[in-house]
Design a protein around this ligand. Structure first.
Ligand code: VG1
Ligand code: CO
Length: 557
C-alpha cells in the first residue's frame, strides 16, 4: 500500500521574501490558512526536491513541531525520499549544517527566527539551507520568492503524524514510492565534530588544574542548552552551576534570545558581580555567541580577530588544515583585516549574512569568518557557530595558560598591542516606520551617488568617501547591490548605515561606527566615550532624528 497525494488549491500571499536569514514573520502570520504550506511548496519547487534527502532542524520555538509535520506531509507528496529530523524537532542551526554535510543530504529546513523572541504572539521563521550546509544564496531565495507570487496549489500526502520523540527510522509506502523519516539525536554528531576540532583534553586539564577559573554559560532558554550541558559539564568536567537557562523553551522564557549586553543582562550582571573569568551566551538557534569576563567585554569584531590570530597555534583543526583566508561582513570592524595583513592571509569583505561566506569556504579561500552581530565561525560547517566560538576561546585560553596565567582581558590587550584597537559599536533603532527609514536611506544613496558630501567635516571628521556597498562574489560572479551606506573618514574612522533584513514588523535602522587607534594609552578606553563624536556625526549626516523622530537607539551593542 502506498500513500495518497492530494493537491490543495491555494492563493498567493504577499511578502514571502526571505531576508538576511530566512522568512521571519509573526507566528500569527504563519498560522494563516495555507501560508506556511505555500512557502514550503515554493521552496521544494525552487530547489527541485524530487528524490532529495533533507535535514530538519529547529530551535524549539513555538509552532515548530506543527511545521515539522507540515513539511513531512508536503515533502512526501513532492517525492522527497528521506527526512532526517532532530528529536522533538530540535537541532541547532550549526548542528543542522553539520548534519547536512555529514549525511550528504541535499539540503534542509531550519525552523527558527534565531534571536527574535518566540511564543504565540512573537516570531517564527523558516530557513532553507543547501547541500554545502549553508544558507541558500540569493539566487535560490529569489527563486523561492518568485514562486510564492504565483501559487495555485500545493501537494500534501495523506500520511500519519510523525512521532518526533522517538529516535529511529520509519519508512512509509512501498516500492518506488517510499518516504523515510529518521529521528536523530541532535547533539551527538555535533559533539563528535567539536572533539575533532578542539583539544578537549587540554581544556579539561586546564579546568581541573585551575579550579578558581570560573565559567558561566547562559543558554537564554534557546536550543544550545542540551549542547552546553553535554559539552561543558559532561565532556569538560565543569560543575552543574556553570550553566544557566539551559532548558529550551518555546517562548525562551519570555526573553529576547539574543546574546548581547542588553538582552543577556542576567549573564552580564552575574559575570561582573560574581567575578566570573569567562562568561558566554548563545542565541535562540545557537549560531551566535557573546564572550565576556568580569573585567572585559569582547566585542564580536575583536573576538573573531583574536580567534584568527591564535587559531593556527592553539586549535588542532587549524594546526592541521592551516589558515588561508579570513572574511568578515561589511559592517564588522577591520580588526580582522589587520590580522590578515600581518599574517599574510587572504581577506574578504562580504555583505551582511552568513550566506555570503559559503562560496569562499567551498573554494578554500576562507577558513575563519565573523560578523559584528555576535556571529563567529569557520569552514568546519557553513553556518556561524556559537558553541564553536566559545570552545575556540576556551582552547586558546587553555593553550596560553600552559606558559603563563592569562585571562580574556590579557589576551585582548596583547592583541591590541600587536594590531592596534578598532573601537566599534552598533546602534539599533528598532520598529521605526518603514516609510521614514526608507526615505532616510534613499537620501543617503543620493548623497553617495552625487559625491556632494565628500570633503565636508562633521564633529571634526572629514569625509573621504561615501558609497552604497555592492558585492561581486569572486567565485560565481553574482552581484548583490544596496548592501549598506559606507561613510569613510580621512582618519580611518567609519560609519555604516543599513536596514535590517531580519525583523518582522516595521524597520530597524542599524548604525555602525568604528574608530582605530594604535596609541597604547588608549587601549583600555571606554568604547562609548571614544566613539561619541562619530555617533553625533552619523546622526547629523543621516538626519536620523529628522526622518524618524528618534532621539535614542533601542539597543546599543
Ligand atoms: C542580522 C545581523 C546579521 C546576521 C543576521 C542573522 O541581520 O545583522 O549579521 O547574519 O541577523 O543572524 P540584519 O539584516 O537584521 O542586520 V541570526 O543569528 O538571526 O541567524
Ligand atoms: Co541565530
Amino acid at each position: 500500500m502506498t500513500f495518497d497525494i492530494k493537491p490543495v488549491k491555494t492563493k498567493n500571499y504577499e511578502g514571502q521574501k526571505p531576508g538576511t536569514s530566512g522568512l521571519r514573520k509573526k507566528v500569527t502570520v504563519f498560522q494563516q490558512e495555507h501560508y506556511t504550506e505555500n512557502f514550503i511548496q515554493a521552496t521544494l519547487d525552487a530547489v527541485n526536491a524530487s528524490g532529495f534527502t533533507l535535514v530538519i532542524g529547529g530551535d524549539g520555538r513555538y509552532y515548530g513541531k506543527e511545521v515539522v509535520q507540515l513539511i513531512a506531509k508536503i515533502a512526501a507528496a513532492n517525492d522527497v525520499k528521506k527526512l532526517i529530523i532532530g528529536q522533538n524537532g530540535i537541532m541547532s542551526t550549526p548542528a543542522a549544517s553539520n548534519m547536512i554535510r555529514k549525511r550528504k543530504a541535499n539540503g534542509g529546513f531550519i525552523l527558527t527566527a534565531s534571536h527574535n523572541p518566540g511564543g504565540p504572539k512573537n516570531d517564527f521563521g523558516i530557513k532553507y539551507n543547501i547541500q554545502n550546509g549553508g544558507p541558500a544564496p540569493e539566487a535560490v531565495t529569489n527563486k523561492i520568492y518568485e514562486i510564492t507570487t504565483k501559487m495555485t496549489r500545493y501537494l500534501i500526502a495523506d500520511i500519519p503524524d510523525i512521532d518526533l520523540s522517538t529516535i529511529g527510522t520509519t519508512t512509509i509506502g512501498e516500492g518506488d514510492e517510499t518516504f523515510t523519516v529518521e529521528i536523530v539525536d541532535p547533539v551527538e554528531d555535533y559533539v563528535i565534530l567539536m572533539k575533532e576540532i578542539f583539544d578537549f583534553d587540554m581544556i579539561k586539564t586546564f579546568f581541573s588544574k585551575n579550579k578558581d577559573f570560573k565559567v558561566l554559560f547562559n543558554g537564554l532558554n534557546g536550543v544550545t542548552g542540551p549542547y552546553a550541558k553535554r559539552i561543558f559539564i559532561k565532556e569538560l568536567g565543569l560543575s552543574e552551576d556553570s550553566v544557566m537557562n539551559c532548558v529550551p523553551l518555546p517562548d525562551f522564557g519570555g526573553r529576547h534570545p539574543d546574546p548581547n549586553l542588553t538582552y543577556a543582562k542576567d549573564l552580564v550582571d552575574r559575570v561582573r558581580n560574581e567575578k566570573f573569568d569567562f562568561g558566554a551566551a548563545s542565541d535562540g538557534d545557537g549560531d551566535r555567541n557573546m564572550i565576556i569576563a568580569k573585567d572585559f567585554f569582547v566585542n564580536p569584531s575583536d573576538s573573531v580577530a583574536a580567534i584568527a590570530a591564535n587559531a593556527g597555534e592553539a586549535i588542532p583543526y587549524f594546526k592541521k588544515h592551516g589558515v588561508t583566508g579570513l572574511a568578515r561582513s561589511m559592517p564588522t570592524s577591520a580588526a580582522l583585516d589587520r590580522v590578515a595583513d600581518k599574517q599574510g592571509l587572504l581577506h574578504f569583505e562580504v555583505p551582511t549574512g552568513w550566506k555570503f561566506f559559503g562560496n569562499l569556504m567551498d573554494a578554500g579561500k576562507c577558513n575563519i569568518c565573523g560578523e559584528e552581530s555576535f556571529g563567529t565561525g569557520s569552514d568546519h560547517i557553513r553556518e556561524k557557530d556559537g558553541i564553536w566560538a566559545i570552545l575556540a576561546w576556551l582552547n586558546i585560553i587553555a593553550f596560553r595558560n600552559q606558559k603563563e596565567k592569562i585571562g580574556i582581558k590579557d589576551i585582548m590587550l596583547k592583541h591590541y598591542s600587536t594590531y592596534g584597537r578598532n573601537f566599534f559599536s552598533r546602534y539599533d533603532y528598532e520598529e521605526v516606520s518603514s516609510d521614514s527609514a526608507n526615505k532616510m536611506v534613499d537620501r543617503l544613496r543620493e548623497i553617495a551617488k552625487d559625491g556632494s558630501f565628500v570633503g565636508k567635516t562633521f564633529e571634526g571628521y572629514e569625509i573621504e568617501k561615501i558609497d552604497d556597498f555592492e558585492y561581486k562574489d569572486p567565485i560565481d560572479g553574482s552581484v548583490s547591490s544596496h548592501q549598506g551606506i559606507r561613510i569613510q573618514f580621512k582618519d580611518g574612522s567609519r560609519i555604516v548605515i543599513r536596514l535590517s533584513g531580519t525583523g518582522s514588523s516595521g524597520a530597524t535602522i542599524r548604525m555602525y561606527v568604528e574608530k582605530y587607534t594604535n596609541d597604547a594609552s588608549q587601549f583600555e578606553a571606554d568604547t562609548q566615550t571614544t566613539i561619541k563624536s562619530i555617533i553625533k556625526a552619523a546622526v547629523e549626516i543621516s538626519q536620523l532624528k529628522e526622518f524618524t523622530g528618534r532621539e535614542e537607539p533601542t539597543v546599543i551593542t
